[in-house]
Design a protein around this ligand. Structure first.
Ligand SMILES: NC(=O)c1ccc[n+]([C@@H]2O[C@H](COP(=O)([O-])OP(=O)(O)OC[C@H]3O[C@@H](n4cnc5c(N)ncnc54)[C@H](OP(=O)(O)O)[C@@H]3O)[C@@H](O)[C@H]2O)c1
Length: 323
């Protein structure tokens, strides 16, 4: 028997329902994979609530790792038994998923299934945020919000290894310790401290070169105010809610600021770019250069608890569903 987490109607975590579900044999160019672990991401919440539209019903989840069971016609280079991981295969909150072969990458022996499932989506996100949005210059200052989160901890580590100095924000002392351990020079409890003042002070009064903001509604204004003239704000998420429309003149007043609203899909759009980022991330994990913190493990049937924990700011690092 094969199970999956099905969404029949959008709403709160309670709409996540476990049901018997088998995606069937792989079609041309597809691979059938037995899922060992699935990643839980904020984008899963956006699809569940309907913030991002998707035809109903659907099986939740996009990310995971597991073992190939069968390959469809025209698939080269993968065979039953191979260990693979992915970041964009709809239906990953399941025992079995059928995914396009082009979306899969082999997992190095040194990397466990759980770690592979934990790092694919957020790791490739951190990778493009650091390397594809702007030229990385050693000695630059970056402000990273929700720095103890899944994406945050990876982002802080990649920035540090590129020589970028980091101010990280978070909401508890326990989270602050993790952000420090990941390499942030300055940690700001933004629940009780002004992060704009802290970012300006850390960067010698000038303002930071880049802000990575996945929090959105509650941080956006302060993120703009933390930048040096011609600095870049990468608004890559909205865990606190969407940012309302704003006056573009504020970019002029702040010093010819640049704002981008990037999405991972556009930075892994070709097989070459996907493979480059996936291999860079898994390779860094295999050598120990990039550490992955799994902050929450839930059974597949408890997917609602997993999403509830993520939404309620109760988690650090990555949340995964295990079999
Ligand atoms: N654009 C892309 O390519 C891309 C890819 C991956 C993820 N993302 C985005 O990146 C963001 C982080 O995703 P993640 O999966 O790594 O999650 P996460 O950072 O592990 O979890 C979200 C964190 O956001 C902070 N937060 C602040 N205000 C919040 C609120 N009102 N409700 C909930 N959380 C709040 C919390 O940290 P504190 O308690 O420390 O404040 C919370 O732990 C999300 O917005 C996600 O959509 C974007």
């Amino acid at each position: 028997m094969s199970r999956a987490i099905v969404v029949d109607k959008t709403g709160g975590p309670e709409v996540l329902r476990i049901a018997e579900h088998d995606p069937g044999p792989p079609g041309e160019g597809q691979v059938r994979v037995r899922v060992a672990a699935a990643g839980v991401n904020f984008i899963d919440v956006y699809f569940r609530t309907g913030l991002y539209a998707r035809a109903l019903p659907f099986v939740a989840g996009l990310e995971g790792a597991g073992r190939v069971e069968a390959v469809g016609e025209g698939v080269a280079g993968l065979s039953p038994g191979d260990r693979v991981a992915w970041a964009s295969a709809p239906g990953s909150y399941a025992d079995v998923v059928v995914a396009p072969a082009a979306q899969l990458v082999r997992v190095p022996d040194e990397v466990t299934d759980e770690i592979a499932a934990a790092v694919m989506l957020q790791g490739m996100t951190a990778h493009y945020l650091v390397y594809a949005l702007r030229e990385v210059r050693s000695g630059d200052w970056a402000l990273v919000h929700a720095a103890s989160g899944g994406t945050g901890l990876l982002l802080v580590q990649l920035l540090r290894s590129a020589g970028v100095r980091v101010v990280g924000t978070c909401s508890t002392e326990a989270k602050a310790a993790l952000v420090r351990e990941a390499g942030a020079e300055r940690v700001v409890r933004y629940d009780r401290e002004d992060f704009v003042a802290a970012a300006r002070e850390a960067s010698g009064g000038r303002g930071v070169d880049v802000v990575y903001d996945g929090v959105g509604a509650t941080t956006f204004d302060g993120s703009l105010a933390s930048l040096r003239p011609r600095g870049l704000l990468a608004l890559f998420g909205q865990s606190s809610g969407p940012v309302p429309p704003f006056d573009l003149q504020r970019l002029n007043a702040g010093g010819s600021l640049v704002v981008t609203r990037p999405s991972l899909a556009h930075f892994v759009a070709t097989r070459e770019e996907f493979a480059l980022r996936a291999q860079a991330v898994l390779g860094a994990v295999a050598t120990g250069e990039l550490r992955v913190r799994i902050g929450g493990r839930f059974a597949l049937a408890d997917a609602a608890c997993a999403q509830r924990a993520l939404e309620s700011r109760a988690t650090t690092g990555k949340v995964i569903l295990v079999r």
